[in-house]
Design a protein around this ligand. Structure first.
Ligand code: ACO
Ligand code: OAA
Length: 466
């Protein structure tokens, strides 16, 4: 709260004096403290987690299985992670596309939405449908993105998705047919919104030239992003296939991850598709969730500056300990890109991304930085155990290496988390439809009231504060 006063000094000066605002903050602190011990007293499932760290069971799903541990005799046993879309391991989906040297994101979208693999003709037609739906409504970029530009592309994505409600002639009908239609349009349009919002940001905030290139109908999603993001529209097939792989890996992660759950919570009220998806975008932005990918790269800047010898494990470990003790880094006490709510020994996406990041970085100017990132992955678990006194295994998550891959691909940092959203919208849409069609209950957990009663005092008898 204290920092907020100085950060928002000018805003505050316009409406409220600093002294008055300080009084408001003191008032807030006086009446809004909950003794942390009460969470144990009332067995509160903080973060909707059971005592052993497993998630509270809130639903059933056919869409995805995030496999991170086994339960043996009521004990959680750590295992290597697997991520299974509609019964097929992500490793097999990635290997299949690699062997056949083709794009895979469109196939994954189909698989997540419909539940089985498409045949060749269906895939070709579905890819064409997505490409045809990629164009934004007339003047959408001018009227929505350029009228209220934002330096943050995640906020701009959320705003644009909400605005698309007004361009839909049937926005509120929550039938499968209508929501599928909305889903396909939204999945197809997200990359265009992202790139156009980025171009507007470049012009408005960075004083650079803005390129709004026309879309090319034959492009896959990954090719379309690279062609429209870059001023010269040029990219190699290898670059497009790598971006496509990133999209495949980020497309889905079960119903319990925070953004998909947010989408399910909103969907459980009967709200519209645009509201549910913009809520999920807001959730994904958070640095403990999808926003961790940009935080990893910022953390690496702190490490690069604070560690003199990048080959000295002791010096790196000391710096990581400082991060955990909130003495270094952004002050949050988190080693970004490490730890996961489900995975224990490994996140399969991080394993795959690391392999590609290494291949890309080796023999380039990024080799040393990649090596340092690897050291963070190797040293963080022991430092975490020592500083936190925890026996919990923390492994690298998907966000540890994705930023490095994007950096080598020349993707600007402000698009790291938006790219996650461009991929994950496929999973969000599948979960929204599943929530609508199988759950039929409004999400409504409980909060135990721990307030004490207070007497009502007539207005004239209250002490003045401001
Ligand atoms: C796409 C994704 O969302 S992947 C995750 C991306 N997020 C990050 O990389 C941020 C860093 N990691 C984290 O914050 C966590 O590991 C999460 C949010 C991913 C998972 O969190 P949880 O499941 O709640 O943590 P968990 O119960 O496993 O951890 C227990 C303790 O370890 C801490 N912890 C876990 N991971 C880390 C970490 N990387 N750095 C510092 N502390 C950590 C928790 O803050 C918690 O501390 P506390 O008891 O003092 O409050
Ligand atoms: O499952 C989670 O909690 C977070 C995650 O890795 C994801 O959403 O990709």
């Amino acid at each position: 709260m204290q920092e907020t006063i100085s950060q928002n000094q000018t805003d505050i000066e316009h409406g409220i004096s600093e002294a008055s605002f300080k009084k408001l903050c003191d008032e807030f602190r006086k009446y809004n403290h909950i003794d942390p011990k009460l969470f144990e007293t009332y067995h509160v499932k903080r973060g909707l987690r059971n005592e052993d760290g497993t998630g509270v069971l809130t639903g059933l799903t056919l869409i995805c299985n995030v496999h991170g541990y086994m339960i043996d005799d009521n004990e959680k046993v750590p295992v290597e992670g697997d991520l299974i879309y509609r019964g097929i391991s992500i490793k097999d989906l990635v290997a299949g596309c690699e062997t056949e040297n083709r794009f895979g994101f469109e196939e994954v979208i189909w698989l997540l939405l419909f539940g089985h693999l498409p045949d060749a003709t269906t895939l070709e037609n579905f890819t064409k449908i997505l490409a045809n739906c990629r164009e934004l409504p007339n003047y959408f970029t001018e009227d929505v993105l350029m009228k209220a530009p934002s330096a943050n592309i995640m906020n701009q994505l959320g705003q644009a998705v909400l605005a698309l409600y007004a361009y839909d002639r049937n926005p509120d009908e929550n039938t499968v047919v209508n929501v599928l239609r909305q889903s396909i349009w939204l999945i197809a349009r997200m990359p265009t919104i992202m790139v156009n919002a980025y171009q507007v940001k470049r012009r408005h905030f960075d004083h650079e030239t803005m390129f709004i290139h026309p879309l090319e109908s034959g492009h896959s999603t990954a090719e379309s992003i690279l062609a429209t993001m870059r001023s010269d529209k040029k990219f190699t097939d290898q670059e497009a296939k790598l971006l496509d792989l990133c999209l495949m890996l980020h497309a889905e992660h079960g119903g319990g991850n925070n953004s998909s759950f947010t989408c399910r919570v909103l969907s459980s009220t009967g709200s519209d598709t645009y509201a549910a998806i913009s809520g999920a975008i807001g959730s994904l932005k958070g640095p403990r969730h999808g926003g961790a990918n940009i935080k990893v790269m910022q953390m690496m800047d702190y490490i690069k500056e604070g560690v003199e010898d990048w080959n000295d494990d002791d010096e790196i470990a000391d710096f990581l300990a400082k991060i955990l003790r909130k003495e270094a880094g952004d002050g949050a006490g988190l080693i970004y890109g490490m730890g996961h709510a489900v995975y224990t020994l490994s996140d399969p996406r991080a394993v795959i991304l690391k392999k590609y990041a290494k291949k890309l970085a080796d023999q380039t100017e990024h080799a040393e930085e990649f090596h340092l990132l690897e050291s963070v992955e190797r040293l963080a678990p022991a430092v975490f155990a020592q500083v936190k006194g925890s026996d919990k295994n923390i492994c690298a998550n998907v966000d540890l290496y994705s930023g490095m891959v994007y950096k080598v691909l020349g993707v600007p940092p402000e698009l790291y988390t938006p790219l996650f959203a461009v991929a994950r919208i496929a999973g969000w849409c599948a979960h929204r439809i599943e929530e609508m069609t199988t759950s039929n209950r409004i999400m409504r957990p409980a909060y135990k009231a721990v307030s004490t009663m207070q007497a009502y005092v007539p207005l004239a008898e209250r002490e003045p504060l401001l």
